[in-house]
Design a protein around this ligand. Structure first.
Ligand SMILES: Nc1ncnc2c1ncn2[C@@H]1O[C@H](COP(=O)(O)OP(=O)(O)OP(=O)(O)O)[C@@H](O)[C@H]1O
Length: 220
């Protein structure tokens, strides 16, 4: 069960944008659907704890992640959310296996280039990218980068997966394949996901529950 009810005003100079989100669902596949600039990414950031709302509450299962009235604001790591950013945010100077291992490290020391941890090997295999383990992100295709980013997120065992336009950097031919990869992972890991998209095909594929986003008004 996810309950989201908050308001947030973003300001830069004289410009301001007010986000008003209100939805509640127990669906496992939630789609935030709407045009560019509607407030989808900011909503996801608030759920992840990367942006603090001005008022309201966010609850996931039995946990309160944010409650303005009661001064509750759980830090992002405590929410145990896996966030797949639009550009995948891979570290360009680290190999595929190091990027994935980074999800596990608790220090700022880079993971070893030579030793592949058993958990990393498992995720390399699961995402079918074992043959890419020693490559740098610059040598990968869009679809391969997405698999690496997914592995780096999922190795942390998140309880909720947040995907910000996951197919934006993947060409049309690969999109259906990547939809299947994400769909199968979601089902086998049995974790709910929230996906941002403005592609009606993604909405129809993943939208067990569709939240409409329009000019800062996020409702469903
Ligand atoms: N710091 C800020 N100050 C003022 N406005 C902001 C700030 N950050 C974001 N915005 C505005 O908030 C609105 C929502 O942004 P958001 O990134 O959530 O949109 P989106 O629906 O995810 O769009 P897209 O699909 O293009 O990624 C935009 O109009 C943006 O200009």
């Amino acid at each position: 069960m996810l309950k989201v009810q908050f308001k947030k005003t973003l300001r830069s100079g004289k410009e301001s944008f007010t986000l008003s989100a209100a939805f509640q669902t127990s669906a496992d596949r939630i789609v935030l659907f709407g045009a560019s600039g509607a407030g989808k990414s900011q909503t996801l950031r608030a759920i992840a704890g990367l942006t603090k709302p001005d008022e309201g509450c966010i609850q996931f299962k039995e946990q309160t992640w944010f409650d303005h009235s009661n001064f509750i604001d759980l830090a992002p790591p405590k929410r145990k959310v896996g966030f797949l950013f639009q550009d995948y945010a891979l570290f360009p100077h680290l190999t595929v296996s190091q990027n994935i291992a980074f999800g596990l490290t608790k220090t700022s020391v880079n993971p070893s280039k030579k030793t592949i941890l058993p958990e990393v090997a498992t995720w390399l295999d699961r995402l079918n990218i074992t043959n890419l383990a020693h490559l740098l992100p610059s040598a990968l295709s869009g679809g391969q980068r997405q698999r690496v980013a997914l592995a780096r997120t999922l190795i942390t065992s998140p309880q909720l997966l947040l995907l910000d336009e996951p197919f934006a950097a993947v060409d049309a031919g690969l999109r259906q394949q990547m939809r299947q990869v994400i769909s199968e992972l979601q089902q086998s890991l049995n974790i709910p996901l929230i996906m941002i998209t403005h592609d009606p095909e993604d909405r129809d594929y993943f939208g067990e529950r569709i939240i409409h986003c329009e000019q800062g008004y996020i409702h469903g």
